[in-house]
Design a protein around this ligand. Sequence first.
Ligand SMILES: [Zn+2]
Length: 278
Amino acid sequence: MGIFGPGWKSDNTDKVIRWISKQSGTSRELMDAIRYRHNSSIRKAAIDQITEDAMLSEVIRSGWIDSDWAVMDYAAAAIKDQAVLVDLAKDRYTCAVKALQDEKALRDIVMDPEFFRPEPPEKNAGQGSAEHLASLAFGKLKAPDLMEVIKGSPYSDVAAEAAKRITDTDLLKAIAKDSSFPNNVRTVGMKACSPKELDWIADDHDGMRDYAIWLLKKNVSQVTDPVVRRKYCRKYETHDWEWLENDSKEYGDTRTVISRYRCKYCGATKTETESYKF
Ligand SMILES: [Zn+2]
């Protein structure tokens, strides 16, 4: 400390960074520089200089920099011991999950409902929700067992993400039909289903009926068998309208046009009425 106070107080950023480079890696003054100087270059230089993982962990937990995402991430990336990152991750620090490399710990975040400590009454901005962090960890797994995640993750959004990575159509169809899976997971599987399978799911009258009917209507043009098309017309009103004729009537200055349509498959008819003044 010189006669003008600690080196981190200088107005000249370059001078502060030079001063930081001369400090010991365990100096508390580096902590002060991070705490009181709201300047990313100064903060990053101090983080580079710190040699103790425990001090970096303290920086992350302190809340001094929790609105500075880049510096939070920078501090976590500087931590060498995976166990320190796991400890931060247990308290839901997003930057720690981003920096974490340990596959087992990442897998625990995705699969273990008790990995995280109870949510603190007041989170700071650097602490994410368990579900968000599990999704982040899932994205980092090198070779996740997708079915294991779908069946075992306590987070249905993460299970749905895993389902989206499945390419085996038969497996997707099996997921769609299995009511033990959460709805958002089944939704992913249903995109691989044929109209016939969607009809089957709709008949099951479980929570997926509405979505199954919506998808079936969207994909009904895949059905080439007219008998099946007629069946869907009756059950779901999946008509394919053909225009038949117009009938127009005039009352005073208003003309009414009635258009008649007929379904190509089941013969059902409908009319549309339009009136305009002339
Ligand atoms: Zn029809």
